[in-house]
Design a protein. Sequence first.
Lengths: 198, 162
Amino acid sequence: MPGPTLFFSTLMSDEAKSIARGLQKRDPDLLDRLIEQYQYRLFRYLVYISGNKERAEDFFQETWIRVLERGHQYDGKSKFEAWLFAIARHLVIDWQRSKKPQSLDSLTDPEQDHPLQVANENEPSPLHRVLTREREENVQFSLETIPAIYREVLVLRFQEELQIEEMAGVLSIPVSTVKSRLYRGLNALRGALQGGPA
Amino acid sequence: MTAELHARAEQLIAQERIEAISRAEREWLSAHLQECARCTELARQTDQALRSMHTAAIPFPSGLGSRTQFRVRLRAQELREREPRHRLMWITCGLSWALGVATAPYVWRIFEWVGQHTGAPKILLQLSFGLWWAIPALIAGAVMLIENARQANASGWQEQDR
């Protein structure tokens, strides 16, 4: 049934283009609307990848400032949220790099000894503090034990419902790597749920 | 049941949720799940985990949205105020470049005249002439660097807050 699919994809692409036009003009009303529309999803994503609620608040504000400043770079060809998450992610990685001088590759390569562990400073498990406060389900707690690099793909896929191709754009990695991280992440989540090693 | 069958079922359970599986694979998995309590439990746990992730509640801090909107509006205003200055700078650079091109033969004659009177080597004259041409670009570059440094200072929230 291509009819409704085509209709919705045209509708989405029209919306993305209208966002792109508004961002080119730095339309403040559009930005207000976007902040309201995406605030929960962006904040949740930032909490999961930064592992700290207070820091996520800072990243949240800075992400929107970047959206304003670099809005002209969004062409409306991809989903706005994918571009938004990519900006947020780069901010977190930049901050992480400024804290720990390592190459970006070593931070993002899951095969390395130190995969993206943005929350791993001297503090005792910051995500734990965030999640224990709001722990309603065992799964959220289990997510804490999963390496951030896998937690991130799980969040993008199963919370934010991004397509694998969109995730590849956000993470700047090949589709095949996204898939392999998803499999490992899902395995790790199941392991964590069963109380085994992630 | 062999370990390979369980491993295949486990792989298909994950694959079905991440990408897609073929009809034949789905039929095989469904038949396997009817017979295997362990894999059925795994599929149930996986679904439950993903469902819970989907509905995970992380409360949004009150006031963060409006604080952000306020900051974004302030920054937008700042950028709008800077725009005419930037435009003026680019127009000035363009004009100075155009004038440079138009007056190049005369300026070169002046350089030659200075060279004849001071006895400066030709290479020095050529370098000076090149530098004279590059001055607008150098000024524009310097202004942009200063501007960027100012922007970085303005958004130095990360260092201040931590």
